[in-house]
Design a protein around this ligand. Structure first.
Ligand SMILES: Cc1ncc(COP(=O)(O)O)c(C=O)c1O
Length: 391
């Protein structure tokens, strides 16, 4: 393979000896599709996050798709989703024939709980058929918050608001494996385990990876059984190929689960390294006018998955795009935050509710290299490069 990548990439997978050993074990024993690593990986994740049930699947997107279906989302429904998130949060809403309603974000880029509450009380009414959005006549079937870049949402308040309206909450915890709350009613609980269902991702850029993969979390045994049924083609009789509903080929392979089982052994070390690197970035960037590292919400212990620098063009003398180009010229890979979903081509005609703060972040966020193996001298070099880019 040619080596044409940046000298400091944004986020790369890191594999160790156990990853190789466990995958070789699958290959040597022929258990590449099904096998024992699946249950082992699921147990490791379930134990770590305190989820009674965990069902692995082919991707985080697949996990969200199945979780939304199990929460009761169907054709013609609405789901409240963040405008500021990866589009994979939103696409499963469309797969189900439902419509996203885009919500604004708070100071940590997570869904704005006050605006969710105000949308429900100002725009919706309770009827015998559920909560109806008066403007569209559609049923609000779920809220889908995202723990953006690993920082836990204000879930206790969101659960209270959604609970008042009897609207289920599905957590997109794709980016937040290992993140938890340390204060308030959810102290000691992990992201992805406090809604009706949660979804994790093990895509290559995540804190641990299976190459590609995801997991559905739930405390409800019936939903867990239904999730397993749906991700394995909804087999009513496995031997005779009888299927009782439309299912999916969404199961994670044993080879991928073998990678996951090995990666889980290093999760805590990864989080510690990422926390220390976040602190060092914050310290260095605090000395540069016009640049600030986004902090973490009070009362939470995030996994520090991504580091977001906020570039104030007036204070820094250069905008985010120019800084990104300047760093790229020095071999340092950075990325802006996602394009806002209510402006994405497939969703441009969907409803957006008072999206304001998300636009502010969209203009300023520059995500910095964050792989847990980042060396101290790399962080110093990146911060030096940011400092010297100023005009
Ligand atoms: C917030 C968010 N949601 C959903 C996904 C989808 O996960 P996957 O790529 O495993 O399908 C990702 C990551 O890719 C993500 O960052």
């Amino acid at each position: 393979m040619s080596d044409t990548g940046p000298s400091v990439p944004l986020s790369v997978p890191v594999m160790g000896e156990h990853e190789r050993d466990y995958v070789l074990d699958c290959i040597e024993n022929g258990w590449v599709t099904s096998g024992d690593y699946i249950a082992r990986f699921e147990r490791a994740v379930a134990t770590r996050v305190g989820s009674p049930f965990a069902i692995s699947c082919a991707s985080g997107t697949a996990a969200i798709h199945v979780a939304l279906r199990l929460a009761g989302v169907g054709p013609g429904d609405e789901v409240l989703v963040p405008a500021l998130t990866f589009i994979a949060t939103v696409n499963p809403v469309a797969y189900l024939g439902a419509h996203p309603v885009f919500m604004d974000c708070d100071d940590y880029m997570n869904i704005d709980v006050e605006k969710v509450a105000s949308f429900l009380s100002a725009e919706c009414e309770r009827t015998a058929d559920g909560v109806i959005d008066r403007a569209t006549g559609r049923r609000v079937a779920a809220v889908l918050p995202v723990h953006v870049f690993g920082s836990p949402c204000r879930m206790d308040e969101l659960l209270r608001v959604a609970g008042e309206w009897d609207v289920p909450v599905v957590e997109d915890a794709a980016e937040s494996l290992g993140s938890s709350w340390t204060a308030g009613p959810l102290a000691g609980r992990h992201t992805g385990t406090v809604g009706l269902l949660g979804a994790l991702s093990f895509n290559g850029n995540k804190i641990i990876t299976t190459g590609g993969g995801g997991m559905i979390l739930t405390a409800d045994e019936h939903l867990a059984q239904r999730a397993l049924h749906l991700v394995t083609q909804a087999k009513a009789d496995e031997i005779r190929y009888v299927h009782d509903e439309v299912g999916y080929n969404y199961r994670l392979s044993n080879v991928s689960a073998a990678l996951g089982a090995a990666q889980m052994e290093t999760l805590d070390a990864r989080i510690s390294a990422k926390a220390a690197n976040h602190a060092r970035y914050a310290e260095r960037l605090a000395g540069i006018d016009g640049i600030e590292l986004l902090g973490v919400p009070d009362g939470t212990q995030p996994n520090y998955w991504f580091y977001s620098a906020l570039v104030d063009p007036a204070g820094f003398g250069m905008d985010r795009e120019a800084l990104m180009s300047s760093l790229a010229a020095k071999g340092i890979q950075t990325r802006p935050v996602w394009y806002l979903n209510h402006r994405q081509a497939p969703y441009a005609n969907e409803r957006a509710y008072r999206v304001e703060r998300a636009r502010w972040f969209w203009e300023r966020v520059l995500n910095l290299p964050c792989t847990h193996t980042l060396a101290q001298h790399d962080i110093e070099r990146i911060c030096d490069a940011i400092e010297s880019a100023r005009v």
